[in-house]
Design a protein. Structure first.
Length: 395
């Protein structure tokens, strides 16, 4: 059955990715050389989707200003989820904006095109859910299937005895909106898995068995993992230059005495100074600068970030317009990282430097440190743990 419209759920903040989401939604955080949401839309365009509907909410202006009214010549409409009350509620906002069958997926998860293709190939008018093998189904929604029929869906089960998870890619007829209306809310929220339960009560829900890249960036260190995966697969929107795995924009300036160790990306208008060593697994964003003799490894540097001479950044995520002074050291993980009230042990994370953070020269950054947006760290300081947004740390 032909499906022409793709609905992308992109309204959430991504609270577990704070402080990176202080100024922008999770979907607009970088994955390799582009925002996560661009990778999602690429998959839909490649699958032949003819119209895109984005459900936006938190910091929605960042999404709408970036994409405008079309992406790769495919028209985009926007609907607003004013309060983030669950994925089912998000889809409900698109009722009246779409006609005919629809493909629905999350805007904060990078997937293979084959997952979309398998879902569309399985869809015959009956509700269809993509399912795939995953080693830790307890973190997601586990499913049980009988042939191509979904027979059970359990949100975050207590064990990993289930072998399959709900991949978060769905195909529906417009009858789904009636099912949404009839689905009870839980704690004021309406989730798509609960809507699937209603549809299972109504009749058969099909399961599309699939595989391929499926990465959910839930925590800050996941952005580094996601970037490594995308670089390994060559999913970069720049031509390779010189050797395999090295992507340098035509407008970038890389000194002949700099060293680029694949895989590495240097974005448009970026500048890499003499003696700098980049890679492996490094992305330098648009108009970013890496100073002389700096070392950057397993790192994601977003647009307009400045790294001073002689600095070392390992396992580091730096947001937009971050400044790192000369001789500062982020030695890399593993580390115990506090996210909200939870502590995650031995994570591969050196530091997160949120948008417009300013870190002075000669600073020592303990593994697992999170520096908030617009925070300032003075020269020679030693920092660890969580540095709140807008605060100033002095030596």
């Amino acid at each position: 059955m032909n499906v022409a419209t793709g609905v992308v759920l992109a309204a959430g903040e991504g609270t577990r990715l704070r402080p990176l989401t202080h100024n922008r939604p999770k979907t607009m955080l970088p994955a390799a050389d582009r925002p996560i949401l661009e990778h999602v839309l690429d998959v839909l365009v490649e699958a032949g989707i003819e119209r895109l509907c984005l459900v936006v909410g938190y910091q929605r202006e960042r999404v709408q200003e970036h994409f405008g009214h079309a992406y790769r010549d495919v028209p985009i409409s926007y609907v607003h989820q004013e309060k983030q009350l669950g994925s089912g509620h998000a889809l409900q906002q698109a009722d009246g904006d779409i006609e005919g069958p629809v493909l629905v997926l999350n805007g904060d998860r990078v997937i293979d095109e084959r997952i979309v293709d398998d879902t569309l190939d399985t869809f015959d008018g009956r509700p269809t859910v993509a399912v795939l093998d995953h080693p830790t189904p307890s973190e997601y929604g586990a499913v049980e299937v009988d042939g191509d029929r979904l027979v059970e869906l359990v949100e975050k089960p207590d064990s990993d005895e289930y072998g399959l998870i709900n991949a978060g890619v769905y195909a529906f007829d417009t009858d789904v909106f009636d099912a949404i209306e009839r689905t009870p809310r839980r704690e004021g929220e309406l989730q798509l898995p609960d809507v699937i339960g209603t549809l299972m009560d109504d009749g058969e829900v099909r399961a599309a068995r699939t595989d391929g890249l499926w990465v959910d960036a839930t925590y800050p260190w996941d952005l580094l993992y996601l970037t490594r995966k995308l670089l390994a697969e060559g999913r970069v929107d720049l031509p390779e230059r010189g050797e395999s795995g090295v992507w340098v924009a035509d407008s970038a300036r890389v000194h002949e005495d700099a060293t680029l160790q694949a895989p590495v990306v240097v974005g448009p208008d970026a500048e890499i100074a003499a003696g700098a060593v980049l890679g492996p697994n490094v992305v330098v964003g648009r108009n970013a600068t890496v100073g002389s003799n700096a070392t950057v490894e397993d790192a994601l540097l977003d647009a307009d970030t400045r790294v001073g001479a002689g600095s070392t950044l390992i396992d580091c995520v730096a947001g937009q317009s971050v400044t790192v002074g000369a001789g500062t050291v982020v030695p890399g993980g593993p580390a115990d990282v506090r996210v909200g009230t939870s502590v995650f042990e031995t994570q591969r994370l050196g530091a997160v430097l949120a948008d417009r953070a300013s870190v002075g020269g000669g600073v020592t950054v303990a593994p697992g440190t999170l520096v908030g947006a617009d925070a300032t760290v003075g020269d020679g300081a030693t920092i660890a743990g969580w540095i709140e947004n807008d605060v100033e740390v002095v030596r």
